[in-house]
Design a protein around this ligand. Structure first.
Ligand code: ATP
Ligand code: MG
Length: 328
């Protein structure tokens, strides 16, 4: 059975981009894979986080995983910081990474652009991400398009380790959806939808009230044309809305085009809002039930225990190979 691993940062409210690009695939893959899904809090602190908010967002992301359909009986759902081996292997991986490799990372460039002070953690984040994946010898990594470059680095580091110290790590493969790998911002289709965007109008949060969802979609940027046609280069905004519609209804992009032939953007946006609401409303109900039940603490504890067992074996094997004097 192949191993699947992925993570989401508790760095804000989860968005429809996170759902379409990543979580939907988590749910599909768990049927026939050994799955590890993490709330990557050690990554979230690579940009400043307010402690009370970080704690609340972490609890919210964990409950949203389960609300979205991840079955904790099948998959491990845990906090990255509950498995200390991540930080330790992260350091070992940092020492295998070159500055040049990190300097090429577009996420670092995007997130540090225009900032007066940038934490060193943001720079070395991809080495920690490599450790997250390699600790479990994961085969498949379901992520959005934006993580492809980081995953390429993980593959290089796995290969480098294997070359220097003997074959040990599995070289992981990205698992990127064909449609919805890069959901764009509602206010600017040249940027991806991101939960850490300071403008809440740029994203649909999974926990947005239906009235807020309707308002955000009605205000989403379109173009001066009036045709609902898929053309990501020429009609980026409308194409993005069509992608969201397709992902919420299961219709292909050609079917979406056909459905709205001859209709104005207003009619399309109205139906789009209803399609999004009908996916998110039941998810929100499950979310509230899980938060109220207090069940999440037990799920997180049980999953972390399982994760630590595997992670400890990997870390010991890695340290042994790298030449650390092992405790007897
Ligand atoms: P941040 O702005 O804090 O980086 P984020 O929205 O980018 O938040 P992450 O926690 O970095 O979210 O990413 C979680 C997962 O969601 C990753 O697999 C990432 O590729 C995916 N993802 C993030 N944004 C999008 C998007 N706009 N479209 C599709 N997938 C996305
Ligand atoms: Mg991100």
């Amino acid at each position: 059975m192949k191993t699947v691993l992925s993570g989401i940062q508790p760095s804000g409210q989860l968005t429809l981009g996170n759902y379409i690009g990543a979580m939907k695939n988590f749910v599909n893959l768990q049927q026939d894979h050994r799955c590890y899904f993490m709330i990557v809090d050690l990554h979230a602190i690579t940009v400043p986080q307010e402690p009370a908010q970080l704690r609340e967002q972490s609890a919210a992301v964990a409950a949203l995983f389960v609300a979205a359909g991840i079955d904790p009986e099948k998959s491990a759902v845990f906090m990255q910081s509950h498995v200390p081996q991540h930080a330790e292997l992260g350091w070992l991986m940092t020492t295998l990474t070159s500055m040049g490799e990190l300097e090429r990372m577009t996420q670092f460039k995007d997130k540090s652009e225009g900032k007066e002070s940038v934490g060193a953690g943001l720079f070395v984040y991809p080495s920690l991400m490599a450790a997250d994946i390699l600790l479990y010898n994961a085969d498949l990594i379901p992520v959005g398009e934006d993580q492809k470059q980081h995953l390429e680095l993980t593959r290089d580091l796995a290969g480098r380790f294997n070359h220097r110290y003997g074959e040990y790590f599995t070289v992981p493969e990205p698992y990127i959806p064909e449609i919805g790998a890069r959901v764009m911002s509602l206010d600017d289709a040249s940027k991806k939808m991101s939960k850490s965007n300071p403008n809440p109008g740029s994203y649909i949060a999974l926990l947005d009230e239906p009235s807020v969802i309707r308002k955000k979609i009605s205000r989403a940027t379109t173009d001066s044309d009036s045709e609902v046609r898929y053309d990501p280069a020429g009609k980026a905004e409308v194409s993005n809305l069509m992608t969201i519609y397709s992902q919420c209804t299961g219709l292909s992009l050609a079917e979406v085009e056909k459905r709205f032939e001859g209709q104005m953007y207003g009619a399309f946006k109205k139906e789009l809002a209803e399609a999004v609401v009908s996916v998110l409303e039941p998810l929100q109900q499950r979310y509230r039930d899980i938060r109220e039940s207090g069940e999440m603490d037990r799920i997180l504890a049980r999953s972390a225990e399982r994760a630590r067992e595997t992670a400890a074996v990997t870390l010991a094997a890695v340290k042994e190979r790298m030449g650390f004097l092992m405790p007897k």
